[in-house]
Design a protein around this ligand. Structure first.
Ligand code: ATP
Ligand code: MG
Length: 331
């Protein structure tokens, strides 16, 4: 059995809302599988049904060979879960939180001490073991929550937006932790709103929108799906955007694929370098005052825009992600 999770025609509705719509996918053992999508795409609902927190309306979910509806308790033991919001008890110390987690997973009493010590070491929280977690920073709480989710050494770890709201240092620490877990043989399913995070961490990415899979593949496969060519980027004052757009279309048959404030992007499928030089000389000839022009390879941002039609903004809509980086997106 190569797959740790097999999902067949999964559907989940809440009244009239179709949160997950006929979704099928397989997740290979030992990989990091990313579920990428905007707010309300159905990411949390998909993982909630795998976990059995929500019962699917229809469809089949097999976790490590077990049907999730027939063997809900066994499935729960296989999975570690970190929810979208950090769930640690503020009034308990780090150590007490871990003991609580160990008991929730019914770990044998004689194993708890060792497991808790190991978890504190892994999370570099040994020095803070006896400090109430309300005094922890956001990053420390997340690390505590991560090792608490792993206390029963599950085969599969599900992380719902593990880095949303973290600053860049803590985000990178979380990335390291996730990669270490993969090295140890844990399969990871993670949802994220950060395109560069999915690109960096995931072996396979499913882009979902309105509960449906828009595309699935490795980051490089997804980028190739967009274009085997290059992306032309021109930065210029808004008043010249129309002129450039017309020039690209009429002289080079290149449609602008994306534009936002003072920037346009267009895909050049073939002979990008040659065409780039021609475009440059046309711009000079027509004396259009551009601020910069460049060619680059496609990124996950380009993939996302093409597949979902969503715009990428400089801020995330989520209140806890006020310091989110420029790759966050929203509808
Ligand atoms: N318990 C619920 N009752 C009613 N509607 C729900 C419930 N849970 C989710 N939904 C709806 O289902 C859709 C998918 O929501 P879901 O939380 O799965 O999205 P998401 O991709 O995780 O979004 P976010 O990035 O905001 O976390 C949304 O329209 C949401 O409002
Ligand atoms: Mg969610």
């Amino acid at each position: 059995m190569n797959y740790i999770v097999e999902i067949r025609n999964l559907k989940k509705t809440f009244g009239n809302i179709v949160a997950v719509d006929d979704l099928s996918l397989n997740i290979s053992k030992g990989t990091i599988f990313g579920i990428l999508g905007p707010n309300g795409a159905g990411k949390t609902t998909t993982i909630s049904t795998i976990l059995g927190i929500e019962k699917q309306t229809s469809g089949k979910i097999i976790v490590n060979g077990l049907d999730n509806l027939k063997y809900p308790e066994k499935v729960k033991q296989i999975i570690g879960f970190m929810a979208q919001e950090t769930i640690v008890d503020d009034e308990l110390t780090g150590k007490q939180n871990l003991i609580l987690g160990a008991n929730l997973y019914h770990l044998p009493k004689d194993q708890i001490k060792d497991k808790v010590e190991y978890a504190l070491k892994q999370s570099q929280l040994e020095k803070f073991a006896d400090v109430k977690s309300k005094n922890y920073s956001g990053g420390m709480k997340r690390r505590l929550y991560l090792v608490k989710s792993m206390i029963h050494e599950p085969l599969l770890l599900i992380l719902d937006e593990p880095t949303t709201g973290l600053d860049i240092q803590n985000r990178m620490q979380m990335w390291d932790d996730i990669r270490k877990l993969k090295k140890d043989g844990v399969t990871i399913i993670m949802t994220t709103q950060y395109l560069e995070e999915a690109d960096y961490l995931c072996d396979t990415i499913a882009i979902i929108d309105h509960g449906k899979i828009k595309a699935i593949g490795s980051p490089s496969e997804l980028k190739k799906q967009i274009s085997s060519g290059n992306i032309l980027e021109i930065i210029l004052k808004n008043e010249y955007i129309e002129q450039i757009t017309k020039l690209l279309k009429s002289e080079f048959n290149i449609p602008v694929s994306n534009f936002k404030n003072e920037k346009i992007e267009a895909i050049i499928e073939k002979n990008a370098f040659e065409i780039f030089q021609k475009i440059l000389s046309e711009i000079k000839k027509k004396k259009i005052p551009i601020l910069s022009i460049s060619l680059r390879l496609p990124t996950m941002d380009d993939v996302f825009i093409k597949l979902t039609g969503s715009s990428i903004r400089d801020t995330n809509t989520k209140p806890d992600a006020s310091k989110s980086n420029k790759f966050a997106y929203t509808r």
